[in-house]
Design a protein around this ligand. Structure first.
Ligand code: 5GP
Length: 213
């Protein structure tokens, strides 16, 4: 049965485990695609251009934004990030689901553009200490970056109420299972299955003809 694709947004402050959760969900749900954002941030050594992000100059970012090529965009931790519009519109039209790892500012813009197609999940860290520990363990970032991210975490967490679902990430495996359950449940939402209308009508008609009703 045909259905429209959907957007699954995962948001959290840096260090809450969102990236690890996203990676694990994708291993279990290989059909879930990932939206590759554009960013003006410097590439970390472990990152691959075109896979983790499209790393672009501020000039190019502004050109894309002003041309309407971004579905949403935001300034996060002093850098610009944005979601290219076209791959998302194609995925939705072709019935493919797409995962967004974006912040709350971007989430609100996606709601404005495509609320019916969007399910959002906010991931909270189990405690402030654990968030701090996880950020410090991420050796790729400088001390200054870490302290900026900690300050921003408070602001990000203030927006948890704007999300459809909330997960406290005590245990990676449980969090992954919960995100997967949300995805599977939302795929079966009636509004996402327009063909069911005709299918159910046909069932009712067939049952009437066979004298079963
Ligand atoms: P990082 O620099 O650690 O990869 O990401 C920093 C923050 O930017 C994360 O909270 C991430 O969710 C957010 N982010 C990444 N890509 C996008 C995007 O395309 N749009 C928005 N609004 N936020 C993004």
């Amino acid at each position: 049965m045909n259905r429209r694709g959907m957007i699954l947004i995962l948001s959290s402050p840096s260090g809450a485990g969102k990236t690890t959760i996203a990676r694990n969900v994708r291993e279990k749900e290989p059909r879930l695609e990932v939206s590759v954002s554009v960013t003006t941030r410097t590439r970390r050594p472990s990152e691959v251009d075109g896979t983790h992000y499209h790393f672009i100059t501020p000039e190019k970012f502004i050109r894309m934004r002003d041309a309407g090529d971004l579905l949403e965009w935001a300034e996060v931790h002093g850098n610009y990030y944005g979601t290219p519009r076209e791959p998302v519109e194609n995925a939705l039209a072709e019935g493919r689901d797409i995962l967004f790892d974006i912040d709350w500012q971007g989430t609100l813009q996606v709601y404005d553009a495509l609320r019916e197609d969007t399910v959002s999940v906010f991931i909270l860290p189990p405690s402030a200490e654990e968030l701090r520990r996880r950020l410090e363990r991420r050796a790729e970032d400088s001390a200054e970056t870490i302290s900026r991210r900690l300050a921003n975490a408070r602001e990000e967490i203030r927006h948890w109420r704007e999300y459809d679902f909330v997960i406290v990430n005590h245990d990676l495996e449980i969090s992954v299972r919960d995100v997967q359950a949300i995805l599977v449940g939302e795929r079966n939402r009636r509004a996402r299955l327009p063909d069911v209308e005709a299918f159910a009508d046909q069932l009712i008609a067939d049952l009437g003809r066979s004298g079963a009703v």
